[in-house]
Design a protein around this ligand. Structure first.
Ligand SMILES: *[C@@H]1O[C@H](CO)[C@@H](O)[C@H](O)[C@H]1NC(C)=O
Ligand SMILES: *[C@@H]1O[C@H](CO)[C@@H](O)[C@H](O)[C@H]1NC(C)=O
Ligand SMILES: *[C@@H]1O[C@H](CO)[C@@H](O)[C@H](O)[C@H]1NC(C)=O
Ligand SMILES: *[C@@H]1O[C@H](CO)[C@@H](O)[C@H](O)[C@H]1NC(C)=O
Ligand SMILES: *[C@@H]1O[C@H](CO)[C@@H](O)[C@H](O)[C@H]1NC(C)=O
Ligand SMILES: *[C@@H]1O[C@H](CO)[C@@H](O)[C@H](O)[C@H]1NC(C)=O
Ligand SMILES: *[C@@H]1O[C@H](CO)[C@@H](O)[C@H](O)[C@H]1NC(C)=O
Length: 356
């Protein structure tokens, strides 16, 4: 009895802290026209809160997310929370005309759901016509407070959103394809965090720069937000350790190339263990089907070490050929799930099968 009385307060504290750790995270999205200059021309796009990509949402596993979407764009649209389990909240999933009617121009809709039993990187995007080409952003789910990652804590976390860009209104590209019955026009560029990089005309200065310090570890949350293409992603001279895919932890897997399909995410640890300098990160298409037309351009950004000489040209990684299926196959088949990886979830005494 004495023992029980002694432990009871501790048990209550533990219980209270695990309950208190689930927060309500509330945001507003203002979807509206945005005029941006990419490649050699200006283009009006639809975007959230005037930024491309849109704002990153950060939550912890167990949190409730509330997002008020104000549609100030000229188009019907919805927002989809890509990869979220939506346990007992299927109506908040977002596919247009599947779980909801579109939000009309001038309308508002509130999404409310819990992030349960998954940790890592997911993303959100418009789920009506091709608007997701510019209406997208990261959804980052960290473990509950007090629960560590199943890998050494990184010094910094950086979302890397790979996108696809058209020198056109994407709705026109889509409707033209529907009207003619032909394949849609291929994109004019790929982007890293909204920027095509210096391999494209007029884009020398629109390049994503990641400033790093030597001897640190960075968690890159790589999201393939492209509409149509699988992509290879490499960083010159650096290896990456894959630790999660689609908000599921993996057995750490060391690789010099990441391969992702549209909609997929890959979390990697990047150790800045090379000589102080500048290194390109780059992405290009992986296309396995023969004879299809595709965007075969290359987007790149730069990883710049602190104190790197500015006069030196960054080192470029050697990218796989577009049809390098052995490399893609090796990457995909070598990824395995990490048993018991979801630390916070496990400590709540449930198993994954409980939600299937
Ligand atoms: C989006 O913009 C609105 C209006 O400026 C602002 O209130 C809101 O906090 C922004 N949302 C995010 C997620 O940054
Ligand atoms: C937004 O852009 C579309 C397409 O370019 C245009 O038709 C519409 O008038 C614009 N709306 C506003 C409010 O600027
Ligand atoms: C917008 O959605 C409504 C249904 O909610 C539909 O009646 C209307 O035709 C749609 N408008 C366009 C331009 O697709
Ligand atoms: C699609 O590509 C063709 C050929 O380059 C071009 O003439 C047409 O304007 C493009 N369509 C759109 C909607 O950009
Ligand atoms: C850049 O412009 C030149 C000249 O117009 C053209 O030949 C080349 O294909 C363009 N490069 C890209 C990547 O668009
Ligand atoms: C990309 O495609 C163009 C034609 O669409 C072709 O001329 C060029 O050789 C291709 N480049 C690569 C690297 O495959
Ligand atoms: C997986 O990686 C190992 C090396 O880590 C390699 O030997 C093996 O061939 C790879 N699997 C495939 C299917 O390529």
């Amino acid at each position: 009895m004495l023992r029980l009385l002694f432990w009871l307060p501790f048990a209550l504290v533990v219980l209270a802290s695990s309950v208190a750790s689930a927060a309500i995270v509330e945001h507003s999205f203002h979807v509206q026209n945005l005029t941006v200059r990419r490649l050699c021309s200006e283009q009006v796009v639809t975007a959230v809160n005037g930024s491309l990509p849109g704002p990153a949402i950060r939550v912890r596993e167990g949190d409730t997310l509330i997002v008020h979407v104000f549609n100030k764009s000229p188009y019907n649209l919805t927002v989809h929370w890509h990869g979220v389990f939506q346990i007992l909240s299927a109506w908040a999933d977002g596919p247009n005309m599947i779980t909801q009617c579109p939000i009309p121009p001038g309308g508002k809709y509130t999404y409310k759901f819990k992030l349960l039993q998954q940790e890592g990187t997911l993303w959100w995007h418009a789920h009506s016509s091709w608007l997701r080409a510019t209406v997208y952003g990261a959804l980052i789910i960290r473990p509950r407070s007090g629960h560590p990652y199943p890998f050494p804590k990184p010094d910094k976390e950086v979302p890397i959103l790979l996108g696809e860009w058209w020198n056109a209104n994407v709705l026109d590209v889509e409707s033209q394809a529907l009207a003619t019955g032909g394949p849609p026009n291929i994109s004019d560029a790929y982007t890293i965090n909204g920027l095509p990089g210096d391999l494209y005309n007029c884009s020398e200065n629109r390049i994503f720069k990641l400033k790093v310090q030597k001897g640190k570890t960075y968690l890159l949350r790589i999201i393939n937000a492209a509409l149509n293409n699988q992509l290879f992603f490499k960083i010159a001279n650096h290896k990456m350790t894959v630790v999660a895919v689609d908000a599921s932890y993996t057995v750490p897997y060391i690789t010099d190339v990441v391969v992702t399909g549209p909609g997929q995410t890959v979390d990697v640890l990047l150790a800045t263990d090379q000589e102080v300098g500048s290194y390109y990160m780059a992405a290009n298409a992986y296309v396995s089907a023969a004879g299809v037309e595709f965007d075969n351009t290359t987007t790149r950004g730069i990883v710049v070490y602190e104190d790197a000489p500015t006069s030196v040209t960054p080192i470029m990684p050697l990218l796989p050929a577009f049809n390098d299926t052995p490399t893609a196959h090796k990457f995909f088949t070598n990824i395995t799930g990490l048993a018991g990886g979801l630390t916070g979830f496990q400590s709540h005494g449930k198993s994954m099968s409980a939600c299937l």
